[in-house]
Design a protein around this ligand. Structure first.
Ligand code: MG
Length: 258
C-alpha cells in the first residue's frame, strides 16, 4: 500500500527525532524517498518555533528539507483573526508565539492587564509562573476564548526522557477556567491540508507518518490520508493503516530500501 503513495508527511518530535538526536535510519529513509521522487513534507506541533527554525534544525541534524516545515505558529494568528477579528491577546508561551500573534495584527495584553484580553493564546511556556497561569485562567473564565497550537501532553527527548508539553499547560488553564480550548495544530485539519497542498497531492495519495495515535494518526485519517504509526516498541496492528517499528521497515514498505 505504501509503495503506491506519492508523498509522505512526517511528524518530527518522537518520530524523525528525539530531542537533538535523529531516530535510527531516519536520514537514510528520508533521503531515499526524496531520491525516488516521492514528495516529503514535515509537520510538527511545535508551539515554540516557526517553520524556518525547525527546518534549520533538520539541516543541522543531516536532513535536507525540500520546503520549510509546517508548525501551528504559521497559522495561529490568522485563526484568531478569522474567528474573533482583530483581538487583544494575552499570550502564555514562548516569545515566538507572542511575535506571530502580534505579526497577524493583534494587540498583546500584559499579564497584569488580563481583564482587557479578548483572547487567550497558550503555548508551551518554559518560563511559566503562577502569576501567568492565574492571569490566563481568569481571562478565560471571564469569557476570552483559549486558542492553542496543540494539546500534546509531552515533548519527547532523548532516551525516553520528556518535558511537559503544551497540552499540560493548556489543560491547567482550562481546568481552572472551566472551558475547552480551540486547537490550531494536529489533529485539527488545517495544517494537514496545507502540507498536502504544498506537495500538490490529494489526501489518499499521501501518508501521515508519526508517533502519536491521537495527533498524527487521528488527524491524518480525518482528512483522508493514509496513516503510518512509528512505534519502535511496537503497537497493535490496527492502531493505524500501517505500524512500523523502524525507518528501515518504512523504507522497505515504501519500496525505497537500498
Ligand atoms: Mg510526535
Amino acid at each position: 500500500m505504501l509503495e503506491a503513495l506519492r508523498g509522505f508527511v512526517f511528524d518530527l518530535d518522537g518520530c524523525v527525532w528525539q530531542g537533538e538526536r535523529l531516530n535510527p535510519g531516519a536520514a537514510e529513509t528520508l533521503a531515499a524517498l526524496h531520491r525516488a521522487g516521492r514528495g516529503v513534507a514535515y509537520l510538527t506541533n511545535n508551539s515554540r518555533a516557526r517553520g524556518a527554525e525547525v527546518s534549520a534544525k533538520l539541516r543541522r541534524l543531516g536532513v535536507t528539507p525540500s520546503e520549510p516545515a509546517l508548525t501551528p505558529l504559521e497559522i495561529v494568528g490568522d485563526v484568531v483573526a478569522e474567528r474573533y477579528g482583530p483581538s487583544r491577546v494575552l499570550v502564555i508561551g514562548a516569545p515566538e508565539l507572542a511575535a506571530v500573534v502580534e505579526g497577524a495584527g493583534h494587540t498583546l495584553v500584559d499579564v497584569k492587564a488580563w481583564r482587557n484580553a479578548t483572547v487567550v493564546a497558550v503555548g508551551n511556556d518554559f518560563d511559566l509562573t503562577y502569576e501567568r497561569l492565574a492571569a490566563a485562567a481568569r481571562a478565560a473564565a471571564a469569557g476570552a476564548p483559549v486558542v492553542t497550537p496543540n494539546l500534546d501532553p509531552r515533548l519527547p527527548l532523548e532516551d525516553g526522557d520528556f518535558l511537559p508539553g503544551c497540552g499540560a499547560i493548556v489543560e491547567a488553564v482550562c481546568v481552572a477556567a472551566g472551558v475547552r480550548p480551540v486547537v490550531v495544530g494536529k489533529p485539527e485539519p488545517p495544517l494537514f491540508r496545507i502540507a498536502l497542498a504544498r506537495l500538490g497531492l490529494r489526501p489518499h495519495e499521501a501518508a501521515m507518518v508519526g508517533d502519536s495515535v491521537t495527533s498524527d494518526v487521528a488527524g491524518g485519517h480525518a482528512v483522508g490520508m493514509r496513516t503510518v504509526l512509528y512505534a519502535p516498541d511496537g503497537a497493535p496492528p490496527d492502531a493505524a493503516d500501517v505500524v512500523v517499528r523502524s525507518f528501515a521497515e518504512l523504507a522497505r514498505l515504501a519500496g525505497v530500501a537500498p
